[in-house]
Design a protein around this ligand. Structure first.
Ligand code: 26A
Length: 347
């Protein structure tokens, strides 16, 4: 008999449908987008989605950063290990998302909005860069009362590890804080991703509210730099930034904070806080991959977090968790968008 999980991992963020197509400088320019960025859509971006579909042969792919991560963790873990919540619309896009998560057996508990459609993320691929422009729509209607509803809160209480995508800081801070406080009160694990440079930059106060609860915080080098800048760290040294983040005050003193910074093909930097001293830093080279095997790197960071979380849920050591993250990222970048290969590979 294969063992099954008990929904140990609970994830919260914004379920989105990715509309991903190849673009060029002219398309980026038309909508005022940078080649490698993630932003919230404004009125002037609303034409982008149709344009990607009509003129850029765009594909519809299940997205939403933490949903990609939850799918990734469930890809590795035994059935019924992970559950994901967020808001969608009552439309065919929500059905597309449901089909995609079914493939890996991820349980989703969507909250359906009566008025707003499912959120969309326009992804413009130019070479190895991706520009993401998100219209949150129904995902933006998620409220604390949805998380606190008896059916959902039961799942919260059942879980042992919480993962929140930092992108949700633009949506519902009280829901994030409810998970953070639940984790600290019951000595469970709270993991947050920095998600994008605009989060530490423009949602600094919201992010800082969650900081004392981070058991693990995961980001990439551009997010770490943005964090350092908005917090006046006065350094661009990734190791130094990771150490300073590790040393921030922490609510649950039973376990030290761990900061994980990925750097594309460069080594992953990890800092673990040490009481009364400097954080302990390690560096882990990524899994080598032949350039010709890379399909696209959109979602590589989400996949890393998924592998890393699977390790945490299984109670593995830090080195193994990082290795599992790098392993899953390597698989994902060989697929189109934030996806994982089938038939399933075994870690
Ligand atoms: C609030 N914003 C901007 C977002 C996102 C997002 N997921 C949640 N909230 N902007 C982009 N993404 C997702 O990031 C993944 C790649 O890492 C995209 O949906 C894409 O699947």
């Amino acid at each position: 008999m294969t063992s099954t999980g008990n929904f140990e991992l609970f994830c919260l963020e914004n379920p989105l449908l990715d509309i991903q197509g190849e673009g060029d400088a002219a398309l980026l320019e038309k909508y005022g987008l940078k080649a490698n960025d993630a932003i919230l859509a404004e009125e002037k971006h609303m034409g982008l989605y149709e344009e990607l579909l009509q003129n850029h042969n765009a594909k519809l792919i299940a997205g939403g950063a933490a949903q990609n991560t939850a799918r990734g963790a469930q890809y590795i873990l035994p059935p019924n290990s992970a559950v994901y919540v967020g808001g969608v619309g009552k439309d065919k896009y929500a059905e597309t998302l449901k089909d995609a998560v079914k493939q890996v057996g991820l349980r989703v508990e969507y909250r359906y909005d009566e008025e707003q459609p499912t959120g969309r993320c326009g992804v413009i691929i130019t070479g190895h860069d991706r520009s993401m422009c998100t219209d949150l729509a129904a995902a933006n209607c998620y409220k604390i009362e949805h998380l606190k509803s008896p059916e959902i809160w039961k799942l919260v209480e059942q879980a042992k590890v919480y993962y929140v995508g930092g992108y949700h800081l633009t949506v519902c801070v009280p829901a994030i804080m409810a998970l953070a406080e639940e984790a600290a009160a019951k000595d469970k694990i709270f993991v947050l991703s920095l998600s994008a440079p605009f989060i530490p930059q423009f949602f600094k106060d919201q992010l800082d509210q969650t900081a004392p609860y981070w058991d693990y915080v995961i980001g990439n080098e551009t997010e770490a730099l943005s964090y350092a800048e908005s917090h006046g760290f006065n350094t661009k040294d990734i190791t130094e930034i990771a150490k300073r983040m590790a040393a921030l005050p922490k609510a649950n003193k039973n376990r030290p904070r761990t900061v994980i910074i990925t750097q594309g093909t460069d080594p992953t930097i990890v800092a673990v806080a040490k009481e009364g001293g400097d954080a302990e830093v390690s560096s882990f080279p990524v899994h080598a991959i032949d350039k010709s095997l890379i399909n696209d790197t959109n979602g590589a960071g989400d996949a890393f977090a998924g592998g890393f979380l699977a390790g945490i849920v299984q109670g593995k050591d830090l080195r193994t968790n990082v290795d599992m993250g790098q392993w899953l990222a390597k698989l994902s970048i060989q697929e189109l968008g934030p996806s994982y290969p089938f038939p399933k590979q075994q870690y």
